[in-house]
Design a protein around this ligand. Sequence first.
Ligand code: PRP
Length: 180
Amino acid sequence: MSTNRPPKRRVLIRHAAIERRVREVARQITRDFKGQRVHLVGVLKGACFFLVDLAREIDLETSIDFIAVASYGRSSESSGQVRMLKDLDSSIAGLNVIVVEDILDTGLTLNYLLRLLRQRRPKTLRVAAFLDKPARRVQPVKADYIGFTIPNEFVVGYGLDHAEHYRSLKDVCILRLPRG
Ligand code: PRP
């Protein structure tokens, strides 16, 4: 018999710590691209919270765009194909592009995106990942800017969801899902 009780969750990263860390990452980006413009590419949907907060703290001329992809085989050993759902609105040729991700997990999504975006001849191509979960990596890939490195737990909040729930939580929480 199944119960409809919501899964338990506990706070992993409090909002105040998130705000502090986002400011630090933004300062690092501001230093690295001093006097230049940066173009933030948010990977929908999870990254939109991080992108907005980051963009407002970067003290440079900044433009934004969004891309959406769907991945397959993330939890299995399959080929892990990634498919484009929404492309960028405009060209990134000659721009300092920073791909903004909410979480770097297996690395399949980011590898696909970096291959795709590199072909479009940006001036520079970097990655800012709010969370990094290195224990889950299937393909080697690294972010240039990382908010927090986290253990191999299922997390929600600050953009991250479970079946579209919990994205708007201000804290990042570990969700205890029932087995099966
Ligand atoms: C999540 C996340 C990354 C990707 C990371 O997106 O936003 O894009 O998975 O996983 P990977 O490193 O294993 O490829 P998701 O497909 O859950 O979409 P969402 O952002 O709309 O929730």
